[in-house]
Write a protein that binds this ligand. Structure first.
Ligand SMILES: NC(=O)c1ccc[n+]([C@@H]2O[C@H](COP(=O)([O-])OP(=O)(O)OC[C@H]3O[C@@H](n4cnc5c(N)ncnc54)[C@H](OP(=O)(O)O)[C@@H]3O)[C@@H](O)[C@H]2O)c1
Length: 336
């Protein structure tokens, strides 16, 4: 009998496919994988580390009562189904935005706040991809120098918008795209300052998510943070220009040293040698890369940085699987 039954809801998507392929890195043996997706994919075969498997419907996955259900099929699916799975005893790790800002739902980056998980919290939210890489660096600064204010501008890759958007980019590179554009505008040769819907306050929901989720993960509800989110014609890995004002005085070399010591963070900062984080180098890695670390002389304690990470890995699949492994290591799975 399988030691742990894991369902991936959205197993045919950009994130879901990666989750499936990465499971063996986090669960060494005894996994029964249940791949689920929309009705369009039910019955289709997918390659997995556990052999060729047939995609099932969510209802079928629910009937199989998985120990862990990794949801990556959009907010509507999570809203409809996540609690049905927890009611059957599953631990749900939800990659969508559906539950992240609910007070009773933990929003987890394991390196930062994995310690707040409890056996009873069966629904756990995985943060937005841009938020995860930002908080991995901000947490180090908060711990040592106290954050006063954060200004972040993102350069987000197309895979962050799902497989249809990535197909749009690929088609445009090959000479055109027919039909509706998932990204609304052409993306090849373009830069689009619009991710997710616009809100009444003229921010986009993506910008709102980064601001609110950062406050929640760092447990700093009053943190001054503002964001501008932009889509760029890059396949994978999001980049961020981050300006931070700190409450305490700092030495730039000490900041570099502290970031070098942070788990999951890699400093890449020899700019004169052409060494700084870039999407092409970051894609395929689980690390959050930071470079261009320099003082902002226009503020008493100002710092500028450039942060890059693979949005499908640490920004989604890896973080979710790290949470799943934490839950499994606690021996909560199947414990009633
Ligand atoms: N991409 C990122 O960088 C990233 C980062 C963090 C979070 N997320 C979140 O992760 C989720 C998935 O993103 P993605 O980029 O992997 O999207 P995607 O490539 O568009 O894949 C969507 C997946 O969800 C499935 N799905 C859609 N509607 C469904 C339904 N009604 N019932 C069951 N399955 C359904 C799709 O199945 P079919 O193939 O059958 O249509 C597919 O497997 C989203 O909530 C997104 O916001 C994405």
């Amino acid at each position: 009998m399988a030691e742990v039954k894991i369902a991936v809801i959205g197993a045919t998507g950009n994130v879901g496919q990666l989750m499936v392929s990465l499971i063996p890195e986090y669960f060494k043996e005894g996994v029964e994988l249940i791949p689920a997706a929309s009705e369009n994919s039910v019955g289709r075969s997918i390659e997995s580390p556990f052999g060729e498997l047939k995609v099932v419907s969510i209802e079928e996955a629910l009937r199989k009562k998985p120990h862990i259900a990794l949801f990556s099929a959009g907010a509507d699916t999570s809203l409809s189904y996540a609690k049905k799975f927890t009611a059957k005893g599953s631990y749900v790790i939800d990659n969508s935005s559906a539950w992240r800002m609910h007070d009773e739902i933990p929003l987890i980056v394991p390196e930062i706040n994995g310690g707040i998980l409890t056996q009873d919290a069966r629904l756990i939210a995985n943060p937005n991809c841009s938020t995860i890489q930002l908080t991995m660096v901000l947490e180090v600064l908060e711990k040592n120098f106290d954050l006063e204010r954060v200004v972040v501008s993102t350069y987000q890759s197309v895979s962050g918008a799902g497989k249809d958007a990535l197909n749009q980019l690929k088609n445009e590179r090959n000479g055109g795209h027919t039909g509706t554009l998932p990204l609304r505008h052409p993306i090849e040769g373009n830069v689009i300052p619009h991710i997710d819907i616009f809100l009444e306050n003229r921010y986009t929901k993506e910008e709102w998510k980064i601001m609110q989720e950062t406050r929640k993960i760092l447990a700093l509800p009053q943190l001054k943070i503002t964001a501008t989110c932009v889509r760029v014609p890059v396949d994978t890995s999001h980049s961020e220009s981050v300006n931070v004002e700190l409450k305490k005085a700092f030495d730039t070399n000490e900041v570099v040293r502290l970031l070098e010591g942070a788990k999951g963070v890699t400093v890449k900062d020899k700019p004169k040698d052409g060494l700084y984080p870039m999407p092409l180098d970051s894609t395929g890695s689980d690390e959050v890369f930071v470079g261009r670390i320099r003082r902002d002389d226009t503020l008493p304690n100002g710092l500028n940085m450039w942060i890059v990470s693979d949005n499908l890995r640490k920004g989604a699949a890896t973080n979710a699987l790290q949470i799943a492994r934490l839950v499994h290591e606690m021996k909560w799975v199947g414990a009633g």
